[in-house]
Design a protein around this ligand. Structure first.
Ligand code: DOR
Ligand code: ZN
Length: 343
């Protein structure tokens, strides 16, 4: 049995770091194990300008402290009336690494998202021309579509047409949850990839109802049936470069989770890498973890692979019930891997 594994320093290609007091509480967890992270722009108000992204980046860097090696990669929040020039300028100036498409009202702080793809046609053309990745929350919001079908229907109704209309646009389908997404991304010849979260590798939809209503396992897209979880595990551990790590760590204060209309989001940042390592070791695929965590993402984004390594030691670690006042993923469980800091 392997007792220690070393990985090239990994990145998180999808995370919510929030702002203000919450930012100062959560960012150290991400910075502890990841060198870079794609930071989601769904703040209140959302990050829609180059200036707002620069200011947010400065707040993140300040919250990490002067000795941190962590680099936040910023994203723009697409709205119906966002100007293509602002998106293009932000990318060319090195402020925006990518832009995020939230279908309006699909998830947390997405009310200002896109109501119809035709509104962002010229933005997508510009992004295709300059090589700027489009990151997609892939769910339809139609009330007549079952919540568990929203991702599969989005692929049919929207993603296929995005791919046809903008074949040179780089697209990341974020936090995939279905075998339909695995199949669609896995059959793309180029310019399409997907991130996979640790929680979707570990839980299926039963987790939300185990012994009562468990809001700590509620996120969007919501976890699906077991066969989908197994498809995600196969994709993550396949060695296929179209699939890479994105935690979608999405902290919410406990009053926001523990209420009659709880927020979507799982806070997995404190033990994200250990959680992935557990999944990969359960399936005897630890030799595939480095590519998933540290190589496929940079290759897709056209960024250099990180220098330095992290070490995972086979050693039990109890995940606390509460971290910084928040309930972390795996709360109360003992994980068999312990992360040593970046060197
Ligand atoms: O569960 C989620 N939480 N999914 C999202 O898409 C957004 C995120 C959040 O910001 O809380
Ligand atoms: Zn997210």
């Amino acid at each position: 049995m392997t007792d220690q594994i070393q990985l090239i320093a990994p990145d998180d290609w999808h995370v919510h770091l929030r702002d203000g007091e919450m930012l100062t509480q959560v960012v150290a967890h991400t910075a502890r194990m990841f060198r870079r992270a794609i930071v989601m722009p769904n703040l209140r108000p959302p990050v829609v300008t180059v200036e707002a992204a620069k200011a947010y980046r400065e707040r993140i860097v300040a919250a990490c402290g002067p000795s941190s090696a962590f680099t936040p990669l910023m994203t723009a929040y697409l709205t119906d009336d966002i100007a293509p020039d602002e998106i293009e300028r932000g990318f060319l100036e090195g402020v925006f690494t990518a832009a995020k498409l939230y279908p309006a009202n699909a998830t947390t702080n997405s009310a200002a998202g896109v109501t119809n793809l035709r509104h962002i046609h010229s933005v997508l053309l510009a992004m295709e021309r300059i090589g700027m990745p489009l990151l997609i929350h892939g769910e339809v919001t139609d009330v007549d579509v079952d919540v568990f079908d929203r991702e599969a229907v989005f692929i049919e109704r929207s993603l296929k047409s995005i791919r046809e209309r903008y074949p040179d646009l780089k697209v990341v389908l974020e936090h995939i949850t279905t075998e339909q997404a695995v199949d669609f991304v896995g059959s793309a010849d180029r310019n399409l990839a997907a991130t996979i979260t640790p929680h979707h590798l570990h839980i299926n939809r039963n987790a939300m109802f185990a012994g009562g209503l468990r809001s700590d396992f509620f996120c969007l897209p919501v976890a699906k049936r077991e066969r989908h979880r197994l498809a995600l595990r196969r994709a993550a551990m396949s060695g296929d470069k179209r699939f890479f790590l994105g935690t979608d760590s999405a902290p919410h204060a406990r009053p926001g989770k523990e209420t009659s209309c709880g927020c979507a989001g799982i806070f997995n940042a404190p033990h994200a890498l250990e959680s992935y390592a557990l999944a990969f070791s359960q399936d005897d695929k630890l030799d595939r973890l480095e590519a998933f965590a540290s190589l496929h993402g940079p290759a897709f984004y056209g960024l250099p692979v990180n220098e330095g390594v992290v070490t995972l030691q086979r050693e039990d670690e109890l995940v606390p019930d509460v971290v910084n006042g928040l309930v972390p993923f795996h709360a109360g469980e003992t994980l068999p891997w312990r992360l040593q800091p970046c060197t």
